[in-house]
Design a protein around this ligand. Sequence first.
Ligand code: AMP
Length: 155
Amino acid sequence: MHLSTGDLLRAEVLAGTELGQQAEAVMARGELVSDALVLAIVRHRLETHSQGWLLDGFPRNLGQATALDSLLFQLNQSIELVLLMALPDEILVQRMLSRGRADDTEAVIRHRLEVYRQQTAPLIEHYQQLGLLLSVDAAGTVDEVSDSIRRSVGS
Ligand code: AMP
């Protein structure tokens, strides 16, 4: 199961749920939605779908990583691998601008990168220390990057 917290949050915004209303302005600013809100989404999905998953865009800070650990412990599951897709900022910004998502204006993207550096980047060392981190160069085409991931995980 591909579980993208961003996709799930956008679906909530679109459906106009209470959760979506709480998240909308925060997402438009390029900041992180509260841990409690995101965790509720992830918990629900992992409880109902435990047969293999890929978390995309989660965890985004150390608090979420810790909460994920206890959730997985309760569910008797564990993380097999953490994938870092490494990319220079300028390529990243160009790719995001070409997607045309509502929160993909240059100012919001730059802010998201700042939030990433402060809150998410510490997870790199965290998962490196746990021996779970695999870093791939994400500068190539989709096919090239997919191949490189497949080669690295040996599938
Ligand atoms: P993404 O689709 O992963 O780029 O996420 C889009 C936006 O959704 C982010 O800028 C955040 O506002 C919010 N979001 C997605 N995942 C998370 C998360 N794990 N924690 C907090 N906010 C998140």
